[in-house]
Design a protein around this ligand. Structure first.
Ligand code: AMP
Length: 431
């Protein structure tokens, strides 16, 4: 009996997994360079954790089910709600601001297509307990540093939900209606928007943008301040956004401001941002995030400002492939070739010594001939082969072969003392 994978899921054979691992390592090292600490959250949560803020409609896009005791459960579609729940339940005593990051699979019941899966991975960071522009800027900078560490070309757009929500709120539009309207804006649902009275309050911002380093900041600030003058909450939000623009420009971050950016998730309250990469097709957004100052309180914690973002890991990797980011595909530093059965014990002993010196070592287990081992090693770009032959070994030596060919196309090899094999291998790898 043969089985197919469930729709929207993928297998990752070793050659596909390797760049994923390397990308995850790069992101991890950037997150940790900002002193963010990794956390884990459950793969499934109570469904209410997601419907509480976003309404029942989102159930349509979730893997939601009843467990055997009748509990309404859902596979996590994202991790921010879980982080907020965890904070409200048990992390409040930790020193703030608290810097957290996560990496793991998320599940959404969506129509699969290129760059959109039902099981996909996110790497995200959450900065909890820090209000204000400096914290917003740090989170954006963290995302930018990850992208720069990969040498990617990307577009960063920044907005502020406080402006749109503020305009609506100052005209008496309920929070619930604001959220459903912003959801429609985010989805680009013109059918709903075209007849909506309240949408008219914010539609004039749909195409207002500012490009850092290109447009006149003074003019943009003056025009927008005038446009929001009659809505005090929107005015405050824009003042905050202007400050953030100033900070990002001083740091030489390249970005655009999109006043109409809505972001679909209901919990955002302030700054929002998105990163996209050209050439990825319809699913070009590789990261998204923003400030969510009310979520922790919603989950029973004290009022706690927080800001965060997530990379869509699979799309980020697609962007790396698209832009030819080089991944070091070497997995073996040294291949050990036992020539004949009598030397096998010693071959494994040598491999053990090399591994304890931090090298990745593969011993031929198939009893292949030297020629086959060397040809496989050169195919797999293994830089060094240690040849363990019975005659050599009797004389207390082994052969260390440099698989990198010289100008004439020859591989150099030398016979070294058995005891000095690790030093000889190191010298070769560092030469
Ligand atoms: P969101 O939590 O919706 O803000 O998504 C954050 C990032 O996750 C997006 O920018 C995408 O890159 C990625 N993402 C969201 N949904 C999917 C999906 N179904 N498949 C692959 N990546 C996704």
């Amino acid at each position: 009996m043969k089985f197919e994978r469930p729709r929207g899921t993928r297998d990752f054979p070793p050659d596909d997994m390797l760049p994923r691992q390397l990308l995850a390592d790069t992101l991890r090292s950037v997150f940790e360079s900002y002193c963010y600490r990794r956390i884990g959250v459950p793969a499934f949560e109570h469904l209410e954790l997601f419907t509480e803020k976003s309404g029942q409609e989102i159930t349509e896009n979730l893997y939601a089910f009843q467990d055997k005791s009748g509990r309404r459960i859902c596979l996590r579609p994202e991790a921010t709600a879980s982080v907020a729940r965890m904070y409200a339940n048990e992390l409040m005593h930790l020193r703030k601001p608290l810097k957290l990051y996560y990496f793991g699979p998320m599940y959404r019941y969506e129509r699969p297509q290129k760059g959109r899966y039902r099981e996909f991975w996110q790497t995200g960071a959450e900065l909890v307990g820090a209000a204000g522009v400096e914290a917003d800027a740090e989170v954006i900078q963290l995302a930018v540093d990850c992208l720069d560490a990969l040498d990617l070309d990307y577009r960063l757009s920044v907005g502020h939900l406080g402006i749109l929500r503020g305009l609506l709120a100052d005209h008496g539009v309920s929070e619930e209606k604001q959220t459903s309207l912003l959801g429609a804006v985010d989805r680009g649902d013109t059918e709903i928007l075209k007849d909506d009275e309240d949408y008219r309050l914010i539609s004039c911002f749909q195409d207002v943008s500012y490009a850092s380093g290109v447009d006149d900041l003074g003019q943009f600030v003056t025009d927008t301040t005038t446009a929001v003058a009659s809505a005090p909450r929107a005015k405050d939000a824009f003042a905050e956004l202007s400050e953030l623009i100033g900070v990002l420009e001083k740091r030489n971050v390249s970005f655009s401001v999109e006043l109409g950016m809505a972001r679909g998730l209901a919990y955002y309250t302030g700054m929002v941002f998105e990163v996209s990469v050209d050439g990825l097709g319809a699913q070009s957004q590789i990261a998204g995030g923003g400030r969510y100052d009310c979520l922790i309180e919603t989950f029973g914690g004290p009022p706690t400002p927080a800001v965060g973002f997530a990379f869509g890991f699979d799309r980020l990797l697609d962007a790396c492939f698209l832009q030819d980011v080089a991944f070091d595909r070497r997995i073996i530093d040294v291949a050990v070739a036992p020539i004949g059965d009598v030397v096998r014990f010693e071959a494994h002993a040598i491999a053990g010594e090399l591994r304890s010196r931090g090298l990745r070592v593969d011993v031929d287990l198939a009893g292949r001939k030297l020629k086959a081992i060397l040809s496989q090693a050169s195919q797999e770009a293994v830089p060094c082969v240690v040849i363990v032959g019975a005659k050599d070994l009797k004389e207390g030596s082994v052969t260390v072969r440099d698989m990198r060919l010289d100008a004439e196309g020859n591989a150099a090899q030398r016979v070294v003392n058995r005891e000095a094999v690790a030093d000889a291998v190191y010298e070769l790898l560092n030469s």
